[in-house]
Design a protein around this ligand. Structure first.
Ligand code: FAD
Ligand code: N01
Length: 537
């Protein structure tokens, strides 16, 4: 059989990825009676929650909000057990959704999309899998995730290490027992901050290699109070609706006041109250904490004192205090993180004083010191926002390669589509609130926008949709302008691509859920303004 024979059939859509985005996309397209198929590299659904099985992994948005809202029955039926659900519970939830809505037969597992090329005259995409299979589809939806391509550090000797090396974003499914082992953890972001307290409980010794400290606030995780759950479920839909009006798309008990609208004492009291509750809501204590450096400094000073109070050795505490604005990297949420450093078998290596030079067999070497270990944990994060998409050889009109188009930074209209790549959609792509929001609602908003668009196209017999370059340029500029009004560009974060060697530095997420959703709705109301819709040739 020739390639041409194999390609006779064209399905409606290929969806890449079976995380929360891919699952819901499949559900929505099937509701329209369309033929869609998910291709997933892993052996199961859940995406983030399938891959990140490191000890202590859980959400940092409260579970009652970090869940789908598209089905009232689903949100009423599902019972979360804790304020912040564990990785295992979130994975079970994703599996439940797939089973409940009968989606499993639309997913091909253990299969990676290597390439997808647009066949111009035919207005369809050829999708190539690592199995050698080719699928033709009118639409391709990249539900590949913002934090799904692990970032492996470029450290000499790492690949030749004589001890096991684990990445938090690709953790063994059977778990890892660190009992009686000397463990070295590289990185101090959320993944390290969640996992190290548990690793410390097991390990003979734990050495944490820190390049940049992060701010972290206690989670105060606890079982969910049935009274609270019942009260929230009695008005769940209304509650969800209210959250769309909030900057992060989540209920952080937002205070619409400047940090300087109150006295120093009152501000201190408010910070203490937020601290006592824990979690990301701290940053909503005042409306200018991530927009005004002076306001940010008041929160920074407060955090410094809290970190100092949690660590016995003042010199060590000093090393754990960041010098960057608070919030410009995602605030971490921990359970007894700083306290690990009060244990004799836990130590911190400040890589600013002595950078890692190489891995030598079973040792992490910094300058003249060799740290002998039995296991290495890379908590080194992700090639965020663009990594998974750029990993695929995507070619649009006239053979344009996405890797070339995005070489100097990603360009996407509303983070939903990119000019020159008709009928290819991105879920929570660069230029959308994505990681600066509660991701589950943001995923739903994107999936609904895309499925409505496909439905509109079919109803009006449009064959293709493509963003206009001018509209795209203007949007990318706007995303950057908004970012410049905030503290976000103020540190080397993965929001900017600064954590990956050689990656262009462009601020990728859009700041502000309500104006973003409004803009998406306006574009549709104006007949997909900023897009060109073409009918059959
Ligand atoms: P993912 O869940 O990343 O799924 C993408 C899928 O695409 C993956 O399964 C991957 O295997 C697959 N894939 C990628 N490329 C290919 C390819 N070429 N071929 C085939 N398959 C491919 N967000 C929050 O809002 N709140 C939280 O509390 C929160 N906690 C997080 C905790 C961790 C540890 C991490 C890493 C992220 C967290 N996030 C959180 C962000 C999280 O990524 C999103 O909330 C959400 O799960 C993303 O879903 P998704 O479907 O878009 O992508
Ligand atoms: O990754 P990160 P993460 N040598 O990029 C360091 C979500 N998430 O997996 O800051 C030495 O934050 C790097 O140092 P630096 C959440 O959105 C949520 O922890 O680049 N160190 C940094 O300290 C989060 O923001 C939860 O100087 C190196 C660390 O590795 C996002 O996922 C839990 C290095 C990476 O931190 C990513 O978090 C987990 C090198 N060569 C994740 N390379 C929740 O709590 C990198 N580092 C819900």
């Amino acid at each position: 059989m020739t390639k041409a024979d194999k390609s006779d059939k064209t399905i409606d859509a290929v969806i890449v990825g079976a995380g929360f985005a891919g699952i819901y996309m499949l559900y929505k397209l099937r509701q329209q009676g369309l033929e869609a198929r998910i291709i997933e590299a892993g052996s199961g659904v859940g995406g983030t929650w399938y891959w990140n099985r490191y000890p202590g992994a859980r959400c940092d948005i409260p579970s009652m909000q970090y869940s789908y809202q598209f089905s009232e029955d689903l949100q009423q039926e599902w019972e979360w057990s804790e304020k912040y659900a564990t990785q295992g519970e979130i994975l079970t939830y994703a599996e439940h959704v797939v089973q409940r809505f009968g989606l499993a037969d639309g997913i091909t597992f253990n299969s990676r999309v290597l390439a997808t090329h647009y066949l111009g005259g035919e207005e369809r995409w050829r999708v190539e899998l690592d199995s050698g299979e080719e699928i033709h589809a009118r639409f391709v939806v990249m539900a590949t995730g913002c934090l799904s391509k692990p970032n492996y550090p470029n450290i000499e000797g790492l690949n030749e290490a004589s001890v096991p090396v684990y990445h938090t974003g690709n953790w063994p499914h059977d778990g890892v027992d660190f009992t009686n082992r000397r463990v070295g953890v590289i990185g101090t972001g959320s993944s390290a901050i969640q996992s190290t307290p548990i690793i410390a409980e097991q390990a003979q010794s734990l050495t944490v290699f820190q390049r940049t400290p992060n701010y972290s606030i206690p989670a105060y995780n606890e079982p969910l109070d049935p009274g609270y759950v019942a009260q929230l479920k009695s008005r769940y839909a209304e509650y969800r609706q209210e959250n769309w009006a909030r900057g992060f798309g989540a209920d952080f008990d937002d205070n619409d006041q400047s940090a300087f609208a109150v006295s120093d004492d009152e501000r201190q009291r408010a910070y203490e109250e937020r601290w006592a509750k824990g979690g990301l809501a701290f940053l909503a204590a005042y409306n200018d904490l991530v927009f005004d450096m002076d306001a940010n400094d008041t929160a920074r000073e407060f955090f410094k004192s809290k970190i100092a109070a949690r660590v016995d050795d003042p010199a060590l505490a000093e090393k754990l205090v960041p010098s960057t604005p608070i919030g410009c990297k995602r605030l971490c949420v921990d359970t007894h993180y700083y306290e690990i450093y009060n244990q004799a078998h836990v130590s911190l290596v400040d890589l600013n004083e002595t950078p890692i030079t190489r891995i030598e067999g079973n040792a992490i070497v910094t300058g003249t010191t060799r740290y002998e270990i039995d296991a290495i944990v890379l908590a080194t994060g992700f090639d965020a926002m663009t990594g998974a998409v750029m990993n695929i050889d995507i070619r649009g009109e006239n053979g344009l390669r996405l890797q070339d188009k995005w070489a100097a930074g990603p360009k996407a209209y509303l983070g939903l589509a990119t000019a020159g790549f008709p009928n290819l959609f991105l879920v929570t792509g660069p230029g959308s609130p994505s990681v600066l929001s509660n991701m589950l609602p943001s995923i739903e908003q994107h999936v609904e926008w895309i499925s409505d668009c496909i439905e509109f196209m079919n109803r009006h017999q449009h064959r293709s949709i493509n963003p206009d370059r001018d509209a795209e340029e203007a949007w990318v500029e706007h995303v950057n302008e908004v970012a410049q009004t905030s503290v976000y560009p103020g540190c080397n974060s993965w929001y900017l691509g600064a954590n990956v060697e050689g990656k262009s530095r462009v601020f990728m997420p859009y700041l502000g859920v309500p104006p973003y959703v409004e803009k998406c709705d306006e574009v549709v109301a104006a007949g997909y303004e900023g897009f060109t819709l073409s009918s059959a040739s």
